[in-house]
Design a protein around this ligand. Structure first.
Ligand code: SF4
Length: 94
């Protein structure tokens, strides 16, 4: 079994409870900032990608709350907060 598959299986054990609002958002007007692209290869949950028009897209379901995107992109382009109480990731180690 490959390391990538093993990682995907372990991440699959985690449980995510979405909040009413996404806890991480691209700031309005910053959608084309090149700093956003830094998170694509670095987000451990693979939540950043490029859409058909080459813009960075973000889905927060599955976020591990590690803060990597906050550090590499910066708070000038990302609004970053922990999920509201009772929401977010629940880690389960297998
Ligand atoms: S906090 Fe971590 S897991 Fe969540 S979106 Fe940012 S880099 Fe990905």
């Amino acid at each position: 079994m490959s390391d990538a598959r093993r990682l995907a299986e372990k991440l699959g054990l985690d449980v995510f409870k979405p909040g009413k609002q996404p806890h991480i958002r691209i700031r309005p007007g910053q959608e084309n900032d090149p700093r956003l692209g830094r998170a694509i290869p670095l987000c451990p949950a693979g939540l950043y990608s490029r859409d058909d028009q080459g813009r960075v897209a973000l889905t927060v379901d599955g976020c591990l709350e590690c803060g990597t995107c906050r550090v590499v992109c910066g708070t000038e382009v990302l609004e970053w907060a922990y999920p509201e109480g009772g929401c977010g990731v629940q880690f389960r180690f297998g």
